[in-house]
Design a protein around this ligand. Sequence first.
Ligand code: HMG
Ligand code: MG
Length: 302
Amino acid sequence: MKLPSRVQLTDVGPRDGLQNEKSPVPAAVKVELVHRLQAAGLQRIEVTSFVSPKWVPQMADNAEVMAGIQRQPGVRYSVLTPNLQGFGQAAASQPDEIVVFGAASEAFSQRNINCSIAESIERFRPVVAAAHQQGISVRGAISCAVGCPYEGDVPPERVGLVARLMRDIGVDHIYVADTIGVGTPRKVQAAMEAALAHYDLDHTAGHFHDTYGQALANTLATMALGVWQFDTSVAGLGGCPYAKGATGNVASEDVVFMLHGLGIDTGIDLDALVDAGRFISDFLQRPPNSRAATARLNQRKP
Ligand code: HMG
Ligand code: MG
């Protein structure tokens, strides 16, 4: 199996992870998490989202979190913006990158962002243009790329369709998201190949939730296609409030352990990452949802 020699991870824990927590997480804790992630060597961090606070109250402190971060050169900070209103607020925080988030499933698009796939593209169009005008790059998420909590299996053609629509409105980079973690390697490869028909390998990433324990296998399977950019989440945090039953993203610690074992460079210090995961897990009063982190923490016990 030929694999990429370098892999770039985006830690989405502060956003995807903490958007789903039942009890509020103070902005200061989110800021500290971002600081610990960058200190561990993460160069891409998805910090927060500029969505309706009525829909996702956990992200209502978006501007405060962005303002609290001491930015490190070389680190790219991204935020989610579903519409122009969100972009306007996000732009004041000067993100390096924004994320518009669509779906390969109509039902999920309706539940998550209250519009159809076609309407979502029309909402994203001016957001992409405004971002580009300000020199901000745009990622596009394609949720439910293999399965949907409301529609069941999602065929790869749907992913191809949304990828094409995103390319047509100028989205720079896309990611194929297994929102509910039902993908298995061949299915996720098929979804990724459908996206790769419209974007090249340097502009396509994977975002795999680990509900059924397949996310690490899916990461490796898509690396075999040449994909070298992935979203992961420290301590395996994550989930989407509109995807019931979905658990966290694949744990950053587990992916880093696998990559380093394969001799693939990530620029990340695993032990510092484990410490970042422990910091947020202690706050949430539960152990990290990462086998590698658990193993490392057990090793450290006297
Ligand atoms: P809507 O109700 O259709 O929007 O929601 P609207 O334009 O009709 O506005 C209604 C109200 O929302 C108004 O306020 C607006 O001001 C306000 P009111 O007059 O009632 O007081 N509003 C906003 N407020 C703040 N920021 C905004 C904004 N837009 C409108 N940007 C909307 C549409 C998209 C806003 C809503 O559905 C929403 O916020 N959805 C959030 C969904 C979300 O955040 N989901 C989780 C992230 S996606 C995810 O986790 C998946 C991902 O990880 C990939 C994967 O795993 O699949 C990315
Ligand atoms: Mg997600």
